[in-house]
Design a protein around this ligand. Structure first.
Ligand code: FUB
Length: 339
């Protein structure tokens, strides 16, 4: 369950001593980093973790975040600037609590912050807020994006179009939806049935609406069969990200209860995608969540762990490590504390 990190006490200390990288931010807890390069500067849009004193449960109610800060740096090992509060839940008319993993996209000189939050009735939706600056502050729309649901928006630009990927199971509520409709009686499929797919929708020209009904992002195994719900080491759980490398589309995600960051590739942004392998093995803490960004011709993985809080699963810290591809375009697996 989400109360237990797989690492505690002495084990955390031992892992920390061998860490691949150190927290980028130490005056706050930060998680779920979505990194982008705008005009040559790196901007990080993370969740802002807090201790709200809410008991642990499998719905993730202890992840009770209230606002977002934006951070920036001029290079991956550069000094990190905290630009302060960019959006607070109290300023979002439709949202009541739990400001989870956000992302930002730029179009025509304006910046669009996409964020999941729970409505007062406990249902997650995804909102959008806009700014003329990459650091905000962001002004939220009065209502969530129509037809949006679940968590973890990630926006990807391709050929002038923007695509929003989203969805997370368990506390993220994706298991409650079939054909884009909510039904509280729905649960995860049986182990021998296809896994629940994340979703993707093209955004409207004004970036504030879905231009189409969300579609399933199907992930296939090496035989062309859909990954099964019981395949916990490979099936999608939450935390989607999309990037393009040498003309191929790389869809990456967290496997949740098995704590891997994995990826699958396709020749178009909708898929189907074919599973390829692991990007990052488990970190200290229950969750793992990332983004991948190119900076001056080198590739970087932004991720998080709970090392700074000594293993408290909802008090996480953003980190960065360089990512490498082999000659065939396969991502070389990173080990956050050595192999
Ligand atoms: O930060 C809250 C949730 O934890 C995110 O939405 C998930 O991806 C996981 O990292």
């Amino acid at each position: 369950d989400q109360q237990n990190t797989q690492d505690t006490g002495a084990r955390v200390a031992e892992l920390k001593a061998r860490a691949l990288s150190q927290p980028l931010v130490t005056h706050l807890y930060t998680a779920d980093p979505s990194a982008h390069v705008f005009d040559g500067r790196i901007y990080i849009y993370p969740s802002h973790d807090i201790e709200a004193g809410i008991p642990f449960n499998d719905n993730g109610d202890h992840f009770a975040m209230e606002d977002y800060h934006v951070f920036s740096m001029d290079r991956p090992d550069g000094e990190v600037t905290d630009h302060g509060v960019a959006l607070h839940v109290k300023d979002v008319p439709w949202a009541a609590r739990q400001m989870w993993a956000p992302d930002v996209a730029r179009k025509d000189g304006r910046y669009y912050l996409y964020f999941p939050a729970k409505r007062a009735d406990g249902i997650f939706q995804i909102g959008v807020a806009t700014s003329g600056s990459p650091t905000g502050p962001f002004a939220p729309e009065a209502a969530p994006i129509e037809g949006s649901y679940s968590i973890d928006p990630a926006v990807f630009e391709d050929g002038g179009e923007h695509y929003i990927y989203f969805g997370g199971i368990w506390g993220g509520q994706l298991q409650k939806y079939r054909d884009n409709a909510y039904d509280a009686s729905h649960e995860e499929p049986a182990d021998d049935e296809p896994a629940l797919p994340p979703r993707v929708a093209r955004l409207s020209a004004d970036m504030k609406a879905f231009a189409e009904a969300p579609r399933a992002v199907v992930i296939l195994d090496e035989h062309g069969n859909e990954l099964l719900a019981g395949d916990h080491d490979r099936r999608y759980f939450e935390g989607p990200w999309m990037h393009k490398y040498r003309g191929k589309y790389y869809f990456s995600y967290s496997t949740g209860d098995t704590h891997f960051l994995c990826y699958a590739t396709a020749d178009n942004p909708y898929g189907p995608f074919t599973y390829q392998g692991r990007i990052l093995t488990p970190v200290i803490g229950w969750t793992t969540h990332h983004s991948i960004v190119e900076v001056d011709g080198r590739w970087f993985l932004f991720y998080h762990d709970s090392s700074l809080s000594e293993g408290v699963t909802h008090l996480r810290s953003v980190k960065v490590a360089e990512l490498h591809y082999d000659g065939d375009g396969r991502i070389v697996t990173l080990y956050p504390y050595g192999e």
